[in-house]
Ligand binder design. Structure first.
Ligand SMILES: [Zn+2]
Length: 302
């Protein structure tokens, strides 16, 4: 996934949820609305009547989460887009309008599980339109100290998107972890979607003092204190931390605007490096090619 004979996928019906923004703490409604094949993924701030395409070149901030903004209307920002974007990429959804009535996507339980549930409930519609995909033609790498993020060609027999990530945190409850997978709706749902965002207890104290992470709690994040996980329910996966960081990579790279055919390899990467990687990829047309999948029956009609 994506495969050369894929068609574009959208939603069958409208579905919505409400929750709180992680950083601002405000209540926000989110609505997934079916969109015509070819529209792509677009966010809409219903309170400001502003639309922002879910694309890497609209990323305005990556310090705590990935924030999109229209440069012409910088007040129209939408923060914490990475988990909902990961859900759409994981399920292979190309076209949907995401309406929110505030500056942040709701954090829900800190993972992508509730978005996957909502999107599955709404129903995924296969269109007859060919799918645009982005094939990586040569390695592109961004490094910052021990952290790096790299896209590589998929190899002669591969036609999907494979990802591998290493993390290394001083907190003993996390330490070194590695995880890899070939992206597909089943693997994303089973292996990544339930992994929650996480934070260190002393960082959450500092964020609260700075007026950030106002919506943050043990209900929507794993909180680590040295060797201990403070959430009474414990972890959802033994290596939940690296799985969540890989979920973030899937979401951030979904801002390429189309499924990627290639491989991602990274270590200790975050929203900033993930976005710089896409900017470096698209800075040189020799790095990639865009093409449309061929749809056998549809191609015969057209
Ligand atoms: Zn995250």
């Amino acid at each position: 996934m994506p495969r050369a004979d894929d068609t574009r996928r959208g939603l069958k019906s409208i579905i919505s949820c409400e929750g709180f923004g992680l950083h601002g703490g405000a209540a926000v409604h989110l609505r997934f609305v079916p969109a015509a094949p070819g529209s792509g993924i677009v966010f809409r701030r219903t309170d400001l009547d502003a639309t922002i395409p879910a694309r890497h070149d609209f990323v305005a901030d990556t310090r705590l989460c990935t924030v999109l903004a229209d440069p012409r209307h910088p007040e129209a920002r939408i923060g914490t887009v990475e988990h909902v974007m990961a859900s759409l990429a994981g399920l292979g959804i190309d076209d949907v309008l995401i309406e929110v009535d505030g500056p942040e996507v709701p954090i829900l339980d800190g993972s992508a599980a509730e978005f996957v549930f909502l999107l599955t409930c709404a129903g995924i519609a296969e269109s007859e339109a060919p799918r645009e995909v982005i094939e990586i033609l040569r390695p592109v790498r961004i490094a910052d100290g021990a952290a790096f993020a790299e896209l590589r060609p998929a190899g002669p027999d591969a036609e999907g998107f494979a990802l591998a990530l290493d993390i290394d945190f001083p907190a003993r409850a996390i330490g070194r972890q590695a995880f890899s997978l070939d992206l597909s709706p089943a693997r994303f749902t089973e292996d990544l979607s339930r992994a929650r965002t996480f934070t260190m207890k002393d960082e959450i104290d500092a964020l609260h003092e700075a007026g950030l992470a106002r919506g943050g709690s043990l209900a929507n994040a794993v909180v680590v204190d040295g060797g201990r996980v403070l959430n009474p329910e414990g972890l959802r996966y033994p290596d939940e931390f690296v799985r969540h960081k890989l979920l973030d990579v899937v979401g951030d790279l979904a801002l390429a605007g189309a499924p990627i055919i290639g491989r991602f390899v990274g270590a200790r990467t975050g929203h900033r490096l993930n976005n710089l990687l896409l900017r470096a990829l698209f800075a040189d047309p020799a790095n990639y090619r865009r093409f449309e999948t061929t749809v056998p029956e549809f191609a015969a009609v057209a």
